[in-house]
Write a protein that binds this ligand. Structure first.
Ligand code: APR
Length: 387
């Protein structure tokens, strides 16, 4: 069994297969330091925590993670707060930086004797439709190589070798949401004890805690904006404006540690099984960061895939892997639908044409319904934290 990629999906899958006696090796193109320090997501859903708990992989997040259950919407019509942790199923997020989760999973995998090859880039998956697929690689020494396996698990993200090796039968559902965000990692304590969503005519702004000292901000920007287009001063002034700091208090400023522009897109492959090639995580389906679902879906899919591979390899259940694809896709599409709803909620439609005005009126009505309807708030909480 060869697993491509040492992100949340690949590492959880490796842990679960290895401890069930299934011989596997993880091939990761980056070095160990990069894998363990790459800042990505940080909001773990309650189901994700339960999954990691179930497999004894949650010690770090229980020790250093922090429960989080509130979000605050700020619009022209004022602000309101939703304590989603006491709505819907009463579930909260656990704020735990992804690099810490990945480090925990990697450490557990290596301590258990798991095999991983860093700086080993998969180039292509060959003969995936047959019983003995192979993976061509470029090793750390730059030399070509080839891995043969019974199965290949593609957990190498949206731009990895798996996506490049999909057979003609693969169907790709893609949507460009037409919105771009400048993502910022800031060395400053969170400015509010909630996830902040600011809807403004100038564009969306978002605020998410990462640690007591680090905060993630998002600023909607024009498509094609370079990450370094704005000075730090301009960024803080724009964040103040859109978060309405004049009305609700100043933001805690600090050094901007990382900045990157992300175009909000969704990109799902169907099915997730192609012969001996299985997909999980972003390689299976990319989701926009609007509802913090990506890493949570990666964990959910990795556990589902591990169970299916164990049923197939250890118990001879020949249908398990096809069932995996159907079950994972059902959860992926549920998450995609909510993520789409969030994108429509958070972004005003520019322009004064009838279509833009109509869409913006719908958006205002949705926010007002979320502000006033307990039923709507319960639906929001269940989907926001759930999968
Ligand atoms: N060969 C080997 N490794 C590769 C290749 C390749 N050709 N291409 C990518 N990789 C590695 C990357 O270096 C990365 O370590 O695959 C890994 C993919 O990890 P993620 O992008 O984190 O993907 P995944 O595990 O699916 O988790 C997805 O987690 O990063 C968050 O929210 C984010 O939605 C995303 C979720």
């Amino acid at each position: 069994m060869v697993i491509l990629g040492a992100g949340p999906a690949g590492l959880l899958l490796g842990n679960l297969l290895h401890r069930n006696g299934i011989d596997c090796a993880v091939l990761e193109r980056a070095d160990r330091m990069h894998v363990q320090t790459r800042a990505r997501a940080g909001f773990l859903a309650a189901e994700t925590v339960r999954t990691l708990d179930r497999h004894g992989l949650a010690e770090g997040l229980h020790r250093r993670g922090r429960r989080h259950g509130s979000c605050e919407f700020r619009t022209d019509d004022g602000r309101f707060r939703l304590d989603y942790g006491s709505l819907g199923r009463g579930e909260q997020h656990t704020v735990y930086p992804q690099q810490d989760l990945v480090t925990d999973l990697l450490t557990q995998y290596l301590d258990a004797g798991g095999r991983i090859h860093f700086e080993t880039e998969a180039l292509a998956v060959l003969d995936a439709s047959g019983p003995r697929p192979s993976v061509t690689v470029r090793g750390a020494d730059g030399r070509p190589g080839r891995w043969r396996a019974g199965y290949v698990a593609g957990c190498d993200g949206r731009h990895g070798a798996t996506r490049r090796s999909l057979p003609p039968g693969a169907v790709r559902h893609h949507r460009d949401h037409g919105v771009s965000w400048l993502g910022l990692l800031v060395e400053a304590p969170p400015s509010l004890d909630a996830v902040g969503y600011a809807v403004h005519d100038r564009g969306f702004a978002g605020h998410m805690a990462r640690t007591p000292e680090i905060t993630r901000y998002y600023l909607q920007c024009e498509r094609g904006t370079p990450a370094d287009a704005w000075s730090e001063e301009q960024i803080w002034d724009e964040l103040d404006l859109r978060m309405r700091a004049g009305d609700y208090g100043p933001l805690n400023r600090g050094r901007i540690l990382q900045r990157a522009v992300v175009d909000l897109e969704s990109d799902v492959v169907e099915p997730l099984r192609h012969g001996s090639l299985l997909l999980a995580g972003d390689a299976a389906g990319l989701i926009s960061p609007s509802a913090a679902k990506g890493a949570n879906l990666a964990v959910l899919e990795a556990e589902l895939l591990a169970r299916a591979l164990i049923d197939d390899l250890a118990h001879g259940d020949g249908d398990a892997l096809s069932r995996y694809s159907a079950r994972a896709l059902a959860r992926i599409w549920r998450a995609q639908e909510f993520s789409q709803w969030m994108i429509r909620l958070l972004h005003s439609s520019p322009g004064s044409d009838g279509e833009s005005l109509f869409r913006d009126s719908l958006r205002r009505s949705r926010i007002e319904s979320l502000r006033t309807s307990r039923t709507h708030q319960d639906w929001f909480a269940e989907n926001y934290v759930g999968l």
